[in-house]
Write a protein that binds this ligand. Structure first.
Ligand SMILES: Nc1nc2c(c(=O)[nH]1)N[C@H]1C(S)=C(S)[C@@H](COP(=O)(O)O)O[C@H]1N2
Ligand SMILES: [Mo]
Length: 371
C-alpha cells in the first residue's frame, strides 16, 4: 500500500507512479549526480528488461518507461477541454472529456519508444559520448492504446484544402508541443484515453495523449490541450533544436526525427550473471512499423550468426519475442543480437554519428558472467 506521504513525495519529485526499483531505473538521479542542471526538472525512468521475461506481449503499466520534460501535471477531466483551431480548419471546436468519449474509438497495440533509446552505446561502444539522458534499451514499451483517431476529430472541425500540419500541444509547464504533418495525423495517429484497458495513467498523459505509430515517442504528446491546424510548416523546440538528426560534414543540417530503426534487447539484467550449462535466452526485437523477419545471435568471438526462434505475435509497429538455447561456459562473455525487419533492414555494427545521440540501432554486446 502507498502511504499518502509517499504519494505526495512522489509528486514533489515530478511523477505519480511508484517507480519501484525492481521495475524501473530512475535515471534522473544519475543525471543529478552527474551535475546535469536539467535533472531536477526532467524525469526519466527506464524499464528493467529482466522483468519482461515474466511478462506477456504487452509491457505492464507499472514497468512502462517515463520520459517527462517537466513534472507530470494533474489535469481535472471535468475542467479539461480539447481545443481544435487554426487557419487549417473551417470552425474551431472545443470538446469535453465526455464529447471525446462519445466519438468512435479504436484499440491498437503499438510500441512507444524514445528517440534517445540506446544513447549510452554511442559512448560505451563507439567511444564518442553524446549529451542527454543515457538510456540503455529500456526507453520502450508496447501497450494497447484506446482512443479516437485524430482524423475523426479533425474532420469535425472541417479541414481546409490548405491544411498542412497539426501542432499537438501539451498542458505541462514547459508546454511541450510538436508539429505533425497532416498526412500522418490522418493516417493512423490517435488521441488515446486508455492504456492496457485502463484510463490513461497520470504520468502517461491523462486525460488524453497522442499516439503516433512507428515514430519516435516525442511526437506522442501527453496531456494534450490543443490541436493547432496550420496552413504552413510549423516549428517548436522539439522539432528544430531537439529531436533532430544532425548531418553533413559540419553537422550543419537538421532533420526532425520521425521513424525509428530496428533494435533488440535481451531479457536479462545488465550486466547479467548466469549459471554454467544450457540456458534459454529470451528477448524482443522491434522496428519502426514493420514485423521482424529474422533474429540472430552470436557470442563475442563467434564468426557466425545463429538463428533465434521467433514466437508469439509479431505485430507491425510493436515487437517480436524470441528465444534460443545457449551452452554457457564459465567466464565473461558478450551476447550479441541482430534483428532484421520485413524490408530487410538489419542492425548495423556501427551507427553513424549524430550530435544529439538519437537512433542507436546498432548491435550491442550484453555482458554476461557465467559462474
Ligand atoms: N506533454 C509532453 N508530452 C511528451 C513528453 C513531455 O515531456 N511532455 N515527452 C515526450 C517524449 S520525449 C517521450 S519519449 C514520450 C514518453 O512517454 P511516456 O512517458 O508515456 O513513456 O512522451 C512524449 N510526450
Ligand atoms: Mo523521448
Amino acid at each position: 500500500m502507498q502511504s499518502p506521504t509517499r504519494t505526495a513525495l512522489a509528486h514533489r519529485e515530478g511523477v505519480f507512479k511508484p517507480l519501484a526499483p525492481e521495475d524501473l531505473i530512475d535515471l534522473r538521479r544519475d543525471e543529478r549526480e552527474a551535475g546535469d542542471p536539467t535533472g531536477d526538472l526532467a524525469l526519466n525512468a527506464e524499464m528493467r528488461w529482466e522483468g519482461m521475461a515474466e511478462s506477456g506481449y504487452l509491457t505492464p503499466t507499472n514497468r512502462f518507461f517515463v520520459r517527462n520534460h517537466a513534472p507530470t501535471p494533474r489535469v481535472d477531466p471535468a475542467e479539461w477541454r480539447l481545443r481544435v483551431e487554426g487557419p487549417g480548419v473551417e470552425r474551431a471546436l472545443e470538446l469535453t472529456y465526455d464529447d471525446l468519449d462519445a466519438l468512435p474509438s479504436v484499440s491498437v497495440v503499438r510500441a512507444l519508444e524514445c528517440a534517445g533509446n540506446g544513447r549510452v552505446f554511442f559512448g560505451e561502444q563507439q567511444q564518442r559520448e553524446t549529451p542527454g539522458t543515457q538510456w540503455r534499451l529500456g526507453a520502450i514499451g508496447v501497450a494497447e492504446w484506446t482512443g479516437v483517431p485524430l482524423r475523426e476529430i479533425l474532420e469535425r472541425a472541417g479541414l481546409k484544402d490548405t491544411a498542412r500540419e497539426v501542432m499537438i500541444e501539451g498542458l505541462d509547464s514547459v508546454g511541450m508541443r510538436r508539429p505533425l504533418p497532416l498526412w500522418k495525423a490522418l493516417k493512423d495517429t490517435i488521441l488515446a484515453t486508455g492504456m492496457n484497458g485502463q484510463p490513461l495513467p497520470t504520468d502517461h498523459g491523462f486525460p488524453a495523449r497522442a499516439i503516433v505509430p512507428g515514430w519516435a515517442a516525442v511526437s506522442s504528446v501527453k496531456w494534450v490541450g490543443r490541436l493547432l491546424v496550420s496552413d504552413r510548416p510549423l516549428r517548436s523546440p522539439w522539432n528544430s533544436a531537439k529531436y533532430v538528426m544532425t548531418g553533413g560534414k559540419w553537422g550543419s543540417y537538421r532533420r526532425p526525427i520521425t521513424a525509428q530503426v530496428p533494435k533488440s534487447a535481451i531479457e536479462l539484467p545488465w550486466p547479467a550473471t548466469l549459471r554454467r550449462g544450457r540456458q534459454t535466452i529470451t528477448g524482443r526485437s522491434w522496428s519502426s512499423g514493420l514485423p521482424i523477419s529474422k533474429v540472430e545471435f552470436a557470442v563475442e568471438g563467434d564468426t557466425q550468426w545463429r538463428p533465434a526462434e521467433l514466437f508469439g505475435p509479431n505485430l507491425p509497429g510493436a515487437w517480436a519475442r524470441w528465444r534460443f538455447a545457449w551452452e554457457a561456459r564459465p567466464g565473461t562473455h558478450e551476447l550479441r543480437i541482430r534483428a532484421t525487419d520485413e524490408e530487410g533492414t538489419s542492425q548495423p555494427e556501427i551507427v553513424p554519428w549524430n550530435a544529439l545521440g538519437y537512433l542507436y540501432g546498432g548491435v550491442v554486446g550484453h555482458p554476461v558472467e557465467v559462474l
